[in-house]
Write a protein that binds this ligand. Structure first.
Ligand SMILES: C[S@@+](CC[C@H](N)C(=O)[O-])C[C@H]1O[C@@H](n2cnc3c(N)ncnc32)[C@H](O)[C@@H]1O
Length: 278
């Protein structure tokens, strides 16, 4: 019979940590043990399993990849909000969009760890405000399929709308009615300029890119130095020469100084010797 609470032994925790690391590159600290136990308990109940060991064996043996994805969805930290780190949106609005607009070719922006979509839609609002609904595209990707599906739907609790500047709210958001009461919806015109898919940044991008601007914010903090370097090299391989990489305010890329120039805090450009370096 299933217990309602499960004990996670140190050995089981290490196995889950190693499994999650092999799937995502994220190394969970020992301090995350109770968080892991809590987040996975619901799945154990649903699968009618009695121990975390049974769960680990189940995930390892399951062939479709569905349970591996569910583990990733459960253990990633997906906190996000609209117009997070406002200075980056001011930079977009006042400098980067006007500069890229003057080139007269489509502007491509990648939100590379987009979570539930607040970041890519904030970028899209800045682009649409200056360019209308053509001449640009925003790509959003994340390792968590669950968050990517939420991003593609573009439906959020009403509280989240408060961080969106009022003029953008009026222009790009609709208030939900009937089954969407208490929610807001990103307007279809804006959504149609955005595409979303699941992507693990430990894997080098192929089949998409190259981008004028890549946002990779509040994601590197979960990685060790060697994985950070792999991720940044992968990301930079999808950046066009002269493009911009924007990271979170607590994420310095000093380890990448042989192939990236820091043009201001949190904003980087690839060096000319880039193709040899990455
Ligand atoms: C805290 S959220 C940041 C969201 C957004 N960039 C922001 O700043 O608000 C970090 C995201 O990184 C994603 N992530 C973690 N490991 C990843 C990997 N290996 N590849 C792609 N995304 C990953 C998580 O799923 C999570 O949604």
């Amino acid at each position: 019979m299933n217990r309602h609470a499960f004990d996670l032994s140190d050995r089981e925790f290490r196995q889950i940590r190693d499994l999650f690391f092999s799937l995502s590159g994220v190394l969970l600290a020992d301090s995350k043990k109770s968080l892991v136990a809590g987040r996975l308990a619901k799945i154990l109940r649903e699968l009618n399993l009695d121990t975390y060991q049974e769960y680990v064996d189940y995930v390892r043996l399951e062939e479709s990849g569905r349970e591996k994805q569910r583990l990733v969805d459960a253990l990633t930290t997906n906190e996000t909000y609209f117009f997070r780190e406002e200075a980056h949106f001011e930079l977009l609005r006042k400098e980067l969009i006007p500069e890229l607009k003057s080139r007269n070719s489509p502007i491509n922006v990648w939100s590379a760890a987009c979570s539930t979509g607040a970041e890519p839609y904030s970028i899209a609002m800045e682009l649409a405000a200056q360019l209308g609904y053509s001449g640009w595209q925003v790509t959003g990707s994340d390792i968590s399929e669950k968050t990517v599906n939420q991003a593609a739907a573009g439906i959020y609790p009403l509280e989240m709308v408060e961080r969106i500047p009022e003029n953008y709210r009026k222009k790009f958001c609709l208030k939900g009615v009937r089954s969407q009461e208490g929610k807001f919806i990103v307007k279809p015109e804006l959504r149609s300029r955005c595409r979303f898919f699941t992507w693990n940044l430990m894997v080098r991008p192929k089949g998409f890119g190259s981008f004028d601007i890549i946002f990779l914010r509040n994601m590197l903090i979960y990685f060790n130095a060697s994985e950070k370097d792999i991720i940044i090299r992968n990301i930079v391989s999808a950046l066009r020469p002269g493009g911009y990489l924007i990271v979170g305010h607590s994420e310095a890329l000093s380890f990448a100084q042989s192939y990236l120039n820091k043009i201001r805090p949190t904003v980087y450009q690839p060096q000319e010797n880039l193709s040899r370096a990455v």
